[in-house]
Ligand binder design. Sequence first.
Ligand SMILES: Nc1ncnc2c1ncn2[C@@H]1O[C@H](COP(=O)(O)OP(=O)(O)OP(=O)(O)O)[C@@H](O)[C@H]1O
Ligand SMILES: [Mg+2]
Length: 297
Amino acid sequence: MGTRGSVFVEAEPSNPREDVMLEFKALTKRFNDKVAVEDVSLTIPQGQMVGIIGRSGAGKSTLLRMINRLADPSGGELLHKGVDVAKLKGAELRAWRSNCAMVFQQFNLVGRLNVITNVMTGRLHEHGFLSAMLQMFSAQERAFAIRALDRLGMAHTALQQTDTLSGGQMQRVAIARALVQEPEILLADEPIASLDPLNAKLVMDALRAINTEDGLTVICNLHTLDTARAYCDRIIGMQAGRVVFDGAAHELTDAAAREIYGAEAGEAFQEGLTSTSLGGHTRPAPTMPQPARAAVG
Ligand SMILES: Nc1ncnc2c1ncn2[C@@H]1O[C@H](COP(=O)(O)OP(=O)(O)OP(=O)(O)O)[C@@H](O)[C@H]1O
Ligand SMILES: [Mg+2]
C-alpha cells in the first residue's frame, strides 16, 4: 500500500474479496510539478462509511474528485467493481458520475430555482438538459424528490426559492439532490465546513443514516477529527498526497493524528471543541423515517 510513517494501521478487512466497491491501485495525480496524490492504493468495500482527514493541501479533494472524474488521474488505476473508471467516456462516464453523487462544501445549488427543482436536477442523467430546465419531470419524479426532501426534514421548503434557505438547509437539499440520483456511492467534500454545530450534526446524521439505511458507500472529506471518529467506520489520513493512516476510528490515536496533521495537530484537536463540535456524539442510530430508496419509474 502507498503508505509511510509509523502510524499505519491496516483497516480490518471485511471480506476483502467480496463486495469490493472501489479499488485504488497506485493512484497518482500531478499538477505540473506538484504531486497532489501519490501512489495511493486502497480497497473500499460496499457500504463502508469512510472519512478522509488531513491538513490543507494533503490531497483529500483531489482524491475524491478523481473518483467521479472531476479530475483525471496521472497514473495508476481506479477500479469500480473491476472496471477502470479513468477509461470511461461518453454515456458510460455520465452513468458513472450519476452513480457516485457528490456533495460540496458550498452546496452547488442554483439559488434562483426553487428547492424541488434543484433536487430534481439530480435526475438530469435521465433527461436532456433542456427538458430538465423546462421542469419536464414526471409526477413520479416529483413525488420521489419530495420523499427525498422529507427524509432530510426539508419537504416543507419544496416550493421555496433556494437562496432563501440557511446553509444547513441548503446542504440537506444538496443531499436530497444526491439521493434522487440513486447512486451507489456518495462523495462529500467537507460537507459541514461552512455550517454551525447544530446543522453540522443534522448533516452528518443524515449521511450516516443514508449509509446505514440505504447501504450507500459514503466517502467524506472532513476537517475535524472528532467528527471523523464519531461517524466513520474507517478513517484514512493523508499527508502530502500519501495515505499515512488507514484504520478504524478507535485506532486513530493522538500520536497517529499528530503524524497526519504535523504542526497543525493542536489545531485539529481544538477544532473538536470549537466551531464544529458535535457535542460528544457517537455513532448515531439511523434517524430518518423513510425506508431505503424508493424506485422511480
Ligand atoms: N487544479 C489544480 N491545479 C494545480 N494544483 C492543484 C489543483 N488542485 C489542487 N492542487 C494542489 O494539489 C494539492 C492538493 O490539493 P487538494 O485540494 O486536494 O488538498 P485538500 O487536502 O483538499 O486541501 P483543503 O483541506 O485545503 O481542501 C495542493 O497542493 C493544491 O495546491
Ligand atoms: Mg479540499
